[in-house]
Design a protein. Sequence first.
Length: 479
Amino acid sequence: MRATRPYTYLGTVQGMCRECGSLVPCRVLADGPSVYQERLCPTCGKSRARIADSVEWYAAMMRTGVRCKPPRLEGRPVTRGCPHDCGPCRFHANACHLAVFSVTNACNMSCPICFTYNRPDRRYFMGRGELSRLLDGALARAAPLDVVNVTGGEPTLHPEILGLLEECRRPEIGRVTMNSNGLRLAEDEDLCRRLADLGIYVVLSLHTRRLEASQAIHGCNVVDAKRRALANLQRFGVRTTLLNVMIRGVNDGEIGDIIRLAHEHNVVRSVTVQTMTFTGQGGKSFLPRRHMPLDGAAGAIEDATAGLMRREHFVPHPSAHPLCYAVAYYLKTGDRLRSFTDFLRPDEFRDVLAGGYLVQPGDAGEQIFRGAIDRLWADRGDVPLLRDLRGLVERVYPPGKTLTRFERQRAAEDSLLAVYLHAHMDEDTLDLSRLVACPDQVPDADGRMVPACAYNLFYRMKDERFWDAAQEAADGLRR
């Protein structure tokens, strides 16, 4: 009798070969407790990457659907097939929820974990007119937008960064965020003050508080600089997201410290955990290459917070593929954090997330929250929770006054802490079925809106503003 294979076959997706860059079929299989994506390249052979720590979690996530928002304009014709017709093409299933604008290739660091490409030999700074045109195109396709993100390189090195951020302040945009490594923010108090005046949200990268881990992640010691940057953001009242790149076996045990900092600093509105992506200028060479899927990140958070935040608090974001995004929201109740799952059913939680990147406190949301209050009251529930939940509802839905979608989001945010888990795809984990639902898109100089992971893997290194592909090829031949 023929032996049984040691794994369980779950499906097939279209992926990528890391070695030759070809699009290749990949098996999805359960082996032991975990789920893997195994590429089958006819030239380079097999290779596996973990996409879920738990088979049970994977099965539960894959039973959830993606609530795609149709774009306002028709996509580009399909000629070469995904991912070579991005713009997006007509096959792309989702409109943009988060628009990402790369305004410079200049950076004052060279991090071993960097998953993007920024050429060091020629600096590029986007002009305000160019940004204005890109914003017009993005809004024509997907307005309104909860969030637009300005990134780089390091955006604070742009000589006109404040003018660019001011250009982004449009009525169709709810929140303008700017990524930063924090080095300039640690020293430039005037910049922090002006960011607060403009109402900009800073996405501060904060991956470790240990010198050894900082050396591995950043290639240098920036622990004190990160601390000073956060102190300045707190001092001047700059709304902040703490961005943590979680690397298995390197800094995953530190996420509890990051969560505590978020709770201690009232300017922090959210924590975003991006699991390590082994691609780009630095990340493609980072070792060891141990992929951390979303459930692994959720488990690390549960362990590091001693159960304050638990795996079951995280639900797949309804507007993205369930292997790409999971999110937990917490209501601040005194010095405690209470998960939305304490008073909302999973379907209700997903309902108040659907339609954008942030919580959508629309008219339907009011009924969901008031229903939760009624249940807590009827069950003689937690009195502090009931009090603070009622306070949240009264601020977001004030009697006799109707707030806009963005006004409601701002009214709610002081009472909430959001934790987003985001798994970018790299050459080992690219899955075109995930890519076609991507809501994070990058407007480029040719007027395209490119899904973020397609941009990172196929487009950015072909853009001479950011990378010299010919020089990279020549260097590769010399090596």
